[in-house]
Structure formats: C-alpha cells, structure tokens
Design a protein around this ligand. Structure first.
Ligand SMILES: [Mn+2]
Length: 258
C-alpha cells in the first residue's frame, strides 16, 4: 500500500450502504435524483451501493443501468466518483468503472483534509471476531469466484445471491451480537496501516448501518460509522473548517447549500 496521503478537496461527500436493487425500484430512482442535484467536487461511496452484484450479468439489469448512468452523468459533469466495494458488491469490476467513470478502491480510500489523514473502508474487515464470515470473505474474494461470476448464467447467479442473503440472515440471527460487530482493536490497526506510513487520524466506515462517532486510543483516532442510506446521518462532508460533518442525504437534496 502506498504511504502517500493525497490532498482532499473541500466539500467531498461520503455515502454508503445504499443496498440498491439491480432490478430497479423507488430507491434507485431516488439515488438518480440525488446524483442529478449533487453539488460536490467528489462523491465517495463506501460500499454496498448494490444489494448484490455479479459482474457483467448484473450490469444488464434495468436498475443497475439506471445507477451506472446516474454515476456516468456525475463523472461527465466533473464530479469525481470513488467506490470502495462492500461485502454485497465486492465483484464490482473494470467494466463497471468503464461504464460509470467511477474509480474503484478495493483496499480502502485515503486523503488528507485540513491536516487530517482520513481513511475510508467499508467496515466488514473490522469484524475480526466473526471467523466464519472472514473465512467466507476470503473464499468470495478469490479468483475462482470472480471467474465463476463471468461464466454462470444470470438466473443461476440471481438464485445464488438469494441463497447467500438468506444464509447471511440466518447466520446473523444465530450469532451473539459482540462477535459480529466491528472491533476497536481492528479499527486502530487499520488506521495504523502498514509499517512506515503515517497513520490515519480519521477512520470512516459503514456496514453496521448505525451512526456512531467515537475517539479511540491516544493520540485519538476519530472513528465514524455512517448510517445506512436513508438514515438521519447517512452522509458525511469532509474538508470543512470544523472537521467531518454528518448530515442526511434527504436534507441535502432539499437544500443543496446545507
Ligand atoms: Mn456491508
């Protein structure tokens, strides 16, 4: 991983956990409207933009087309779009990038705002006590699964997606809460990064769908977790005089100068 912290642009917005249905629907239409009205130099999407993504076969679905074209319109009018794949859309690939104009950051996104080194991750890698999930994650991220997603027909993939979702709902219901939550120690280690580099001072994630804003360790790491899309604090603005500021995307849609 590079040790460089590029300078961020004031007003960069962060959203995540939209869980949009690639088949389309009201949420997809709202996301398109959000993109149309968006005024920001850069939009960072921290993962789970889609509720499920299986590569090219998903790209052909109407909702997926609507989302990628909304992103393409953003990038064409000069709003940079950066996407960190989540646990539901980890197969987002070069084809998605080419169509949408978005850049993918599979191992996390980093920029410095007003002297604050800011790291953004999806958050699933911080659930380090959830051993069965981390095993499943290593398998799903393998070249074997990526290869399968390219050759299986869409109906098989959609059925698989349904099975995976049902299995994950059952697993969540069985597990005790602490074992599936993001761990403080994992957040501190992620912020510290690889040896030699300067550590992050601000860490932003999603995945838990529940806002929190805490300080960890010393010197303190500010650790922000965003609400899922539609929550009161589902959006973060970076590069303001007072530091990262949370708001709701709906408020931003009704008053773009908020
Ligand atoms: Mn997630």
């Amino acid at each position: 991983m590079s040790n460089a912290w590029p300078a961020g642009e004031d007003g960069t917005l962060v959203i995540g956990d939209l869980h949009l249905d690639p088949k389309g629907g009201a949420d997809v239409r709202e996301f398109s409207a959000f993109c149309t009205g968006l005024e920001a130099p850069r939009l960072v999407i921290l993962g789970d933009l889609f509720d499920a993504w299986f590569g090219r076969s998903t790209q052909g679905l109407p909702g997926a087309k609507e989302v990628t074209s909304a992103l393409a319109q953003l990038t064409q009018r000069g709003v940079a779009v950066d996407v960190i794949p989540g646990n539901r859309d980890f197969l987002l690939d070069d084809e998605f990038s080419r169509i949408s104009g978005a850049h993918l950051f599979p191992s996390g996104w980093r920029q410095e705002f007003h002297g604050q080194r800011t790291l953004i991750l999806h958050g699933d890698t911080l659930c380090t006590l959830d051993h069965s999930y981390q095993r499943l994650r290593r398998f799903l991220h393998s070249g074997f699964v990526r290869g399968l997603s390219r050759c299986l027909p869409r109906w098989v993939l959609l059925r698989l997606a349904g099975r995976l979702r049902a299995a994950s709902r059952r697993a969540v219901a069985r597990k005790s809460v602490p074992s599936k939550t993001m761990q403080d120690q994992a957040a501190l280690e992620a912020a510290a990064g690889d040896s030699g580099g300067e550590p992050a001072q601000v860490l932003v994630v999603g995945h838990a769908h529940e806002f929190s804003d805490r300080n960890l360790g010393a010197p303190p790491l500010r650790w922000l977790v965003l609400d899922g899309w539609g929550g009161e604090r589902d959006t973060l603005r970076l590069g303001t005089a007072s530091g990262p500021t949370s708001l709701s995307h709906r408020d931003l849609m009704t008053s773009p100068n908020l």
